[in-house]
Design a protein around this ligand. Structure first.
Ligand code: BES
Ligand code: MN
Ligand code: ZN
Length: 492
């Protein structure tokens, strides 16, 4: 979608204007209504338009103007929170697509404010995402028509500048959504790693791909055990972005990248198993966040690490009962091969700390079904060993509509993963606190003094219905949150 900002109204197929609560038009809207000989006012009246937030009325082919449509959007009680603005952008796109409009002018000459204007544009862009590369026979009239939006604003230069950064983040969100949506026969560890390199190297990020041999040398027996059942070799990819100075935080993002999770020998039921293509959404979020930060040139030092594997049952697959030696030296008794994400992260987290010495780590993983029982699809869980750090992440998430809910750590859940034959087992005793026992498993791979947050995104990685700025499908949850977090802390 092409977005432009101008001081004057450009020529376009359709016009979008606004009305206050009660249905009152702004001066430019009133002038337009006059030109149309009252067609806009009549349409508003006919549909009992109240100017409520999200309410839309459209005058079709009004006489006296060149527009095929004039849409009036209600501003309601003028709550211009980020979420409302983004939603407005989504509403504009939906209403214009429904009428087969290809380009339109959005009249913000009444003065919505710089930040809000660019958030509306962001909402328009993000809500227009579609993964349709494999739909070769979709009729043209079923495809969305809207290609460009031109916003009339008071200070066009300032709006362009403010939107430029948001656009880069949106592009990064789209990359993550493409990765998550991609079919698992096409996106597997090697192809995923190649895409990361192709996307991020040109941005000045140092990308390194570790092969199975490399990981064997490093003793990553935990990650490699999960990978061994697949014909497709596992990979570990590091992304190093050096945009900051020495005395800043050393931030690391670590992502679970299981490109397909069958459950392995502890195989999952057939129903909905296809959904497990999104078991790499944590890794995709890391890649997206790295892209956003680097393309925006943010002054921070950030490293991304993703463990990429396919969890398959086969003659060479790891088994329940296997005892693994992780890179940290700690041993793990496997009791369920479907609790694989933590095994991948164990080595990815350890390698990240050995190699990059981060002060702060955020890991993102579609780790447990249990988190969906706890928080549904509204929040990701955050488990964190530092309250201030946790709060910074919660705040960043709130600002961008990717909400986190803090969950407790407790020594009892650490004990729950003690094993009689190894240092730990990869599942807790029963079904109790499944997300917390998983978090405590990861915690055993965090070095003393490192601030660490674990985001369990199993419930939010995929949108099962349209949400603000997130059309049904791959959400790319985490890209905007991580980008925002880094942005917030460097200005501290
Ligand atoms: N990838 C799944 C978790 C998941 C479930 C993500 C649903 C998204 C939607 C993970 O690897 C898994 O299978 N976890 C098991 C852990 C159990 C065996 C302890 C689970 O949650 O059932
Ligand atoms: Mn699993
Ligand atoms: Zn999984």
């Amino acid at each position: 979608m092409k977005i432009s900002f101008d001081a004057k109204t450009a020529k376009a197929q359709a016009m979008v204007i606004f009305a206050e609560e009660g249905g009152k038009l702004f001066p430019s809207g009133k002038a337009l209504d006059k030109k149309t000989k009252g067609a806009i006012g009549r349409a508003m009246k006919a549909e009992n338009f109240q100017g409520k937030a999200g309410q839309v009325v459209v005058a079709t082919a009004p006489s006296g103007v060149s527009y095929s449509h004039v849409a009036v959007l209600g501003l309601g009680k003028k709550d211009f929170s980020a979420a409302t603005c983004e939603k407005m952008g989504g509403n504009i796109v939906a209403c214009l697509n429904a009428r087969k409009v290809t380009n339109a002018v959005v009249d913000f000459s009444f003065g919505l404010g710089l930040e809000s204007e660019s958030l509306v544009a962001l909402g328009a862009v993000l809500s227009s995402y579609r993964f349709d590369k494999y739909r070769t026979k979709e009729p043209k009239d079923k495809k969305p028509t809207l290609k460009s939006l031109s916003f009339v604003v008071a200070d066009a230069a300032a709006a362009r500048k403010s939107f430029a950064d948001l656009r880069k983040t949106a592009d990064a969100v789209f990359l993550a959504r493409d990765l998550i949506s991609e079919a698992p026969n096409v996106l597997y560890p090697e192809s995923f790693a190649n895409i990361i390199k192709a996307e991020l190297s040109p941005l000045g990020i140092e990308v390194n791909i570790l092969s199975r041999k490399d990981m064997e040398k490093l003793g990553m027996g935990s990650l490699l055990a999960v990978a061994q059942g697949s014909d497709r070799e596992g990979k570990l990819v590091t992304m190093h972005y050096k945009g900051g100075t020495k005395n800043q935080r050393n931030i690391a993002f670590v992502g679970k990248g299981v490109t397909f999770d069958t459950g392995g020998i502890s195989i999952k039921p057939a129903a909905s198993m296809d959904e497990m293509k999104f078991d790499m959404a944590g890794a995709a979020a890391v890649v997206g966040a790295m892209k956003s930060l680097a393309s925006r040139g943010v002054a921070a030092n950030v490293v991304g690490v993703v463990g990429l594997v396919e969890n398959m049952p086969s003659g060479n697959a790891y088994r329940p009962g296997d005892i693994l030696t992780s890179m940290s030296g700690q041993t793990i008794e496997v009791l369920n091969t479907d609790a694989e994400g933590r095994l991948v992260l164990a080595d990815a987290l350890w390698y990240c700390q050995e190699k990059f010495n981060p002060t702060h780590i955020v890991d993102l993983a579609t780790l447990t079904g249990a988190v969906i029982i706890a928080l549904g699809h509204e929040y990701a869980a955050v488990f964190c060993n530092d309250n201030d750090f946790s709060e910074e992440l919660v705040t960043a998430g709130l600002a961008v509509g990717e909400e986190l809910w803090p969950m407790p750590l407790n020594d009892a859940w650490d004990k729950a993963i003690d094993s009689p034959v190894a240092d730990m087992k990869n599942i807790g005793g029963g079904r109790d606190a499944g997300s917390a026992t998983a978090a405590h498993f990861l915690k055993r791979f965090i070095k003393n003094g490192v601030k660490w947050a674990h985001l369990d995104i199993a419930g939010v990685a995929w949108a099962y219905k349209d949400r603000i700025s997130v059309p049904k499908g791959a959400a790319a949850f985490g890209v905007r949150l991580l980008d925002r977090y880094v942005n917030d802390i460097i200005s501290k």
